[in-house]
Design a binder for this molecule. Structure first.
Ligand code: HEC
Length: 114
């Protein structure tokens, strides 16, 4: 009985370990459009007219492949200054909780796949 339970639970645990935690990409998109698209643009290319200094282009696969999820998380949570980037990238830790930030990270990951 115990071994049956283990064989059912193990793949689920593995899956969870791989992704850190379950993420909600649709929710991430909603948050991105609300909080981030003003500067980064809806597609992450940073072409929003409202913000002129260079905004990172989140849709270039070659660049995004070099960035870890942990880095993206830290950049969003603590702001550009915390990861050695332009401090014009705000810190979001007071507006967004960790789960919301992970949801956004998974949405940001979809921008570079197109
Ligand atoms: C006020 C404008 C502004 C807003 C709003 C904003 N950003 Fe940024 N962001 C920037 C700028 C400017 C940079 C570039 C910093 C640099 O390259 O030095 C940046 C950089 C980043 C980076 C780092 C990319 C890299 O190549 O290192 C990530 C990730 C990011 N932003 C995600 C987000 C997310 C997610 C949100 C919404 C929660 C958001 N940003 C909201 C201006 C903004």
């Amino acid at each position: 009985m115990l071994s049956l339970a283990l064989s059912v639970a193990a793949p689920a645990l593995f899956c969870l370990a791989q992704t850190g935690q379950p993420r909600d990409v649709a929710h991430g998109k909603e948050l991105f459009l609300r909080y981030c698209s003003g500067c980064h643009g809806e597609d992450g290319r940073g072409e929003a007219k409202t913000f002129r200094p260079n905004v990172a282009n989140l849709s270039v696969k070659e660049l995004m492949d070099q960035l870890t999820d942990e880095y993206l998380f830290a950049a969003i949570k603590n702001g550009g200054g915390a990861v050695g980037k332009n401090a014009a990238m705000p810190a979001w830790k007071s507006q967004l909780d960790d789960r919301e930030i992970w949801d956004i990270v998974s949405f940001v990951r979809t921008l570079a796949k197109r």
